[in-house]
Design a protein around this ligand. Structure first.
Ligand code: BGC
Length: 405
């Protein structure tokens, strides 16, 4: 079966969905991406790479949710589930070979629904982060979106891609294993214009690269900002806070926010502020600093929740972020084609519910590295555009690279 017919079948719709599916698979971009990963094994072989499918759970309505587990020869495994096209778990050995799950998650669908606002591991769409006052103008028309975060729309509205059941099929290219997930979002979903066909491909290789490639096509001009919302705790989910983990964000500037976390429109230097991570420092080092921006992000206990303007500037070969845990020796690096990253220190977790394996998930229990265009770009003409023209293809590639010590 071709990609095209599989996507059209996965979408379960004819008409515009089939046309969009055809557009989405048109051209060599996706296939080229598989081979250009730069992740091929130096011996020319890829032993121990595997993808296995199993039942994860059922939704309250009885729909089956599948899990795809990607494994490599270094003892890493990544579990992706079809509910929200999300990363449910990432297992990796520490410097002594001891395994831990380093991604926050749940082991059942009900918890993902009940704690929707965590967005654990999810694919976020149609628009990652906030759109001010739940509205934007495009081609002279005003679009209204449901508000789900004070006066604003967050992460695509009340029912975003994180709550959707995605169609999935396994990938095995020889050098990588993975899963391709597809979703069809009808015109007007959550107020956004255009029928939108979306594909997210997760692949893992023997260099410990977890690569996420996104593509989307709309039949009307629209806006789009996809991201992944995995919370990492390199010492292991539930093992305490990430405050001693050491972060480097390759960014000289950030987008300052107002008290509703909407960008003011300026780009500001990080120099001399607690947001300066150009030189690696423990996440907790300046988190309690007396700083107005930090207070907007987390008024009570301190926390980061900002968009950094990456110096890597869309270059997938340039390091965007690195975080290391001195204790376990685990490191994650992020590379992305996106211009920004939302670094968020799970300021709204409070230990009131448990995650996978009964893990307690408290304040600062994880951090996200959300590769993205800047928040509220549809209302900020000086930010890089998030507009997707009818019939054109949106793409993004983001790589999380995991390094043993
Ligand atoms: C946002 C936070 C929000 C969180 C939801 C992050 O991407 O920046 O403000 O609370 O997602 O869990």
């Amino acid at each position: 079966m071709t990609h095209e017919s599989r996507l059209a079948r996965g979408l379960g719709l004819g008409g515009s969905a089939t046309v969009l599916a055809a557009l989405l698979v048109a051209g060599p971009a996706l296939a080229a991406n598989d081979n250009s990963s730069g992740s091929s094994d130096s011996s020319g072989q890829a032993p121990h790479l595997a993808v296995t499918e199993s039942d994860f759970d059922k939704t309250p309505q009885g729909q089956q949710i599948e899990r795809y587990q990607l494994t490599n020869r270094n003892g890493m495994s990544v579990d992706i589930i079809t509910f929200g096209a999300r990363v449910q778990a990432i297992h990796m050995p520490d410097k002594n070979g001891k395994d831990a799950d380093i991604a926050l998650g749940f082991d059942n669908v009900k918890d993902y629904i009940d704690h929707q606002s965590t967005y654990f591991g999810a694919t976020i769409g149609r628009y990652g982060n906030r759109i001010a006052n739940g509205k934007f103008k495009l081609d002279g028309k005003t679009y209204n979106l449901p508000k789900n975060n004070g006066p604003n729309t967050l992460h695509g509205g009340t029912k975003g891609f994180d709550q959707m059941i995605w169609a999935a099929s396994p990938i095995d290219t020889g050098n990588t294993v993975g899963v391709e997930l597809t979703h069809f979002s009808p015109d007007g979903t959550m107020g956004f214009p255009g029928n939108l066909a979306v594909t997210v491909r997760y692949t893992l290789d023997n260099d410990n690269d977890l690569r996420i490639h996104y593509s989307a096509v709309s039949d009307k001009d629209t806006v789009i900002n996809l991201t992944n919302h995995t919370y990492f705790n390199l010492a292991g989910a539930g093992s305490g806070t990430v405050l001693n983990q050491v972060a480097m964000i390759n960014a000289d500037q950030f987008t300052p926010i107002d008290k509703t976390l909407i960008p003011t429109g300026q780009l500001k230097s990080v120099s001399g502020t607690p947001l300066d991570f150009t030189t690696p420092k423990p996440i907790g080092q300046d988190i309690h600093a007396d700083n107005q921006q930090l207070k907007y992000a987390e008024p009570k206990q301190g926390g980061y929740d900002f968009n950094w303007v990456l110096n890597s500037d869309g270059n997938l070969n340039k390091l965007a972020v690195r975080v290391s845990d001195p204790k376990s020796g685990r490191t994650v690096e992020m590379y992305t084609t996106e211009p920004g990253v939302q670094f968020y220190t799970s300021n709204f977790l409070d230990g009131s519910f448990k995650g996978t394996n009964g893990n307690t998930l408290g304040h600062w229990g994880g951090f996200t590295l959300e590769a993205q265009h800047y928040p509220d770009s549809p209302n900020q003409s000086n930010f890089p555009s998030t507009e997707l023209k009818a019939g054109q293809k949106y793409t993004q590639t983001t790589v999380y690279k995991f390094l043993p010590e």
